[in-house]
Design a protein around this ligand. Structure first.
Ligand code: HEC
Ligand code: HEC
Ligand code: HEC
Ligand code: HEC
Ligand code: HEC
Ligand code: HEC
Ligand code: HEC
Ligand code: HEC
Ligand code: HEC
Length: 310
């Protein structure tokens, strides 16, 4: 009979052995001197592209000399910015294109994804509004070629378009960026179906100017009342917090003028629906929208900016 402590020790030894072999194993099979660095080299400029030594040395059997140092220096990033390191130069047989010519290896005008891997995660812009773009939808579901976007329309690098002042809905309408296809012809128009690209804010929006604390909840309107974004964001509200608050307020003491101003203000915004027909009227239930100082405090824990007399 084997005694438990002995078994325990042998098990431990076995585990340690397996662990050492396990870790030693991968280090032993990949020899960076023989095959070049194990980690892929990733360039971010001007496009995202990846190169793996393993594939070229271990799998394709190339010697270091077939690339170093005539085609490439032994330094990641050294080629960035060189005239030989563009798609055009590669098509003329330079750098990667000296082999990737459709003869020795697949050509650079095909198989873009092999070198420019597309991440599965959608690209998300957070400012000025939250928008998402999915490669999967465009490449796999709609069958678009990489070149239909990555030539003139978009750089192959996340965050390039957003720094341009003209990456806006107005430009899309003129056929730039997303609007080069989302024109109602090649794909649904950019001025429609906002919810396909945009997310509504999940937090409640609180108007705290001038004095009244008005609460607006997207989820009540979008999910419960099933309103489209367009029903508010085409004509009534800008898709930006604070636009209503920033407009000029009336400072008149004439009661008639003041009443008229309030009617106009409510009719222009929330009252377009809150007219007692489509939704409860703005002239009724003031406190459902105007939650007051106490309501605001309960909701946000904040004091309103102005001292209210509510
Ligand atoms: C098919 C072409 C090719 C072959 C073959 C090749 N390399 Fe490279 N190597 C590259 C490229 C491309 C770079 C990156 C150059 C750049 O970014 O400018 C590079 C970079 C390197 C670097 C620098 C890595 C770093 O992080 O700075 C080392 C080291 C290296 N190679 C070693 C080797 C060795 C050793 C071999 C042979 C076993 C080899 N290479 C074979 C193309 C190749
Ligand atoms: C054999 C690998 C390889 C293939 C295939 C390839 N590229 Fe590239 N591409 C690169 C490398 C390397 C760069 C330069 C480094 C960088 O920008 O990250 C580059 C750069 C680019 C650039 C930046 C600007 C320019 O023109 O140089 C764009 C855009 C681009 N590729 C698009 C494409 C498209 C579209 C395809 C398919 C038709 C494609 N690439 C196929 C490797 C490849
Ligand atoms: C000296 C010749 C040579 C050069 C230079 C070269 N490659 Fe390759 N490459 C090959 C060969 C050979 C293969 C394997 C055959 C094939 O896939 O067509 C290959 C395969 C690949 C693959 C295929 C990966 C897969 O999934 O099968 C990629 C990606 C790639 N190369 C990228 C590059 C990039 C990026 C450069 C330039 C930085 C480059 N190669 C430069 C010869 C070369
Ligand atoms: C319908 C348009 C469209 C198509 C088609 C398309 N892309 Fe993109 N791609 C984009 C946009 C938009 C970006 C982000 C650019 C920006 O933020 O300025 C992007 C970014 C990228 C990036 C950079 C990702 C990063 O993290 O920096 C890579 C790589 C890329 N695309 C590769 C491809 C490849 C490969 C194909 C073809 C298989 C392809 N794309 C097809 C629109 C497209
Ligand atoms: C090269 C043409 C092209 C460009 C550029 C383009 N799209 Fe598309 N997009 C399409 C096509 C085609 C469809 C599918 C047909 C349709 O829905 O009308 C589509 C569908 C979509 C969808 C619907 C996804 C779904 O689940 O049904 C969204 C969202 C979208 N695009 C967002 C964008 C955004 C954001 C941009 C700009 C960053 C953009 N697209 C640029 C062609 C394009
Ligand atoms: C095809 C995708 C798409 C559709 C559909 C779309 N947008 Fe956009 N929108 C974008 C992109 C991309 C941006 C720029 C990036 C960002 O704001 O994060 C943007 C930006 C905006 C902006 C801020 C910048 C500007 O242009 O003023 C507003 C506001 C906006 N969209 C409103 C709307 C409204 C309202 C609708 C529906 C009528 C809509 N969008 C439909 C993709 C779309
Ligand atoms: C019932 C009206 C209504 C509907 C429907 C609606 N919104 Fe809004 N949205 C508003 C109001 C009101 C504001 C705040 C405007 C202000 O402060 O001037 C706003 C603001 C926004 C903002 C800016 C938030 C910020 O922090 O700057 C975004 C983004 C937004 N909406 C997206 C959406 C999207 C996406 C949809 C559709 C899924 C949608 N909205 C549907 C009324 C609406
Ligand atoms: C596009 C039409 C539309 C606009 C614009 C609109 N609402 Fe609504 N709202 C509705 C509908 C429909 C309901 C649900 C039916 C109802 O409660 O009468 C609703 C419900 C509400 C509720 C919930 C009432 C309850 O009983 O819980 C509040 C609060 C509210 N809206 C506030 C606002 C505020 C504040 C604005 C302006 C910033 C606004 N709404 C603009 C259509 C709209
Ligand atoms: C459907 C939502 C809603 C209802 C109901 C509503 N309001 Fe408002 N009210 C608003 C919004 C939005 C504003 C503009 C933002 C702000 O001032 O906080 C506003 C602003 C005001 C203002 C300040 C205007 C200024 O510029 O000085 C007064 C006063 C006011 N409302 C009174 C009332 C009274 C009284 C009622 C009931 C008869 C009422 N409201 C019902 C949404 C509503």
């Amino acid at each position: 009979m084997i005694k438990w402590p002995v078994l325990k020790t042998s098990l431990l030894v076995l585990l340690v052995y397996l662990f050492l072999v396990g870790t030693g194993f991968s280090a032993e099979t990949y020899d960076a001197d023989a095959y070049g660095p194990e980690e892929p080299i990733v360039w971010a400029d001007p496009a995202m592209a990846t190169f793996e030594h393993k594939i070229h040395t271990m799998d394709a059997g190339l010697e270091c000399e077939s690339c170093h140092d005539e085609l490439f220096e032994m330094e990641a990033g050294a080629a960035v910015g060189a005239d030989t390191f563009t798609m055009k130069a590669m098509a003329d047989g330079q750098s990667c294109g000296s082999c990737h010519d459709g003869d020795t290896a697949f050509a650079t005008d095909t198989n873009c994804q092999a070198c420019h891997a597309v991440a599965e995660d959608p690209i998300v812009w957070n400012e000025p509004t939250k928008v998402t773009f999915s490669h999967e939808v465009h490449v796999e579901d709609s069958g678009l070629e990489c070149e239909s976007c990555h030539g003139e329309t978009f750089a192959m690098k996340k965050g390039t378009a957003i720094v341009n002042k003209n990456f806006t809905m107005a430009s899309f309408k003129k056929g730039l960026y997303c609007g080069s296809c989302h024109n109602g012809d090649d794909a649904f128009e950019s001025a429609s179906q906002c919810a396909s690209c945009h997310f509504p804010p999940s937090d409640k929006i609180v108007f705290t100017q001038p004095v009244k604390s008005v609460v607006f909840d997207h989820s009540i309107h979008v999910e419960k009342a099933e309103l489209s974004c367009e029903s508010c964001h085409k004509e009534v509200f800008a898709m930006k917090k604070g636009t209503v608050e920033n407009q000029q307020n009336l400072s008149s003491d004439d009661p008639a003028e003041k009443r008229q101003y309030l009617v106009t203000l409510h009719k222009k915004y929330c009252g377009t629906c809150h007219d007692s027909a489509q939704a409860f009227g703005y002239l009724t239930r003031c406190t459902v929208c105007h939650i007051g100082v106490k309501g605001l405090k309960e909701l946000t824990g904040e004091e309103p900016k102005h001292n209210a007399h509510e």
